[in-house]
Design a protein. Structure first.
Length: 99
């Protein structure tokens, strides 16, 4: 941002201000940058997250986001399968040591 960017004043409840500063510190950015990130996320997610009468949340993804998520799920499945194989080998090794 430049010095010419418009400024606005916002009144926040003290508790929200404290949470904002905690989140900014956690994310290693200024409170201003944290506010901008939150607004940008809200604008990006507008209309993508809905909640029905039962309280169920639905998130709409773009095709690109959906493909990325599918790849991540497949990677997690592969990791889980590898961990299960390691557990089996570890169990077999321990049983062999006892024999």
């Amino acid at each position: 941002m430049t010095k010419r960017d418009p400024q606005i004043n916002v009144r926040l409840p003290q508790e929200l201000k404290e949470k904002l500063h905690q989140l900014a510190e956690k994310n290693k950015r200024s409170a201003n940058a944290e506010v901008i990130a939150a607004i940008e996320l809200a604008i990006h997610m507008d209309g993508q997250v809905t909640q029905d009468a039962e309280g169920k949340i639905e998130i709409r993804l773009s095709k690109e986001e959906s493909k990325i998520l599918e790849k991540q799920i497949e990677t997690l499945k592969q990791i889980k399968a590898a961990e299960e194989k390691i557990d089996q080998l570890f169990t077999a090794l321990n049983q062999a040591k006892k024999a």
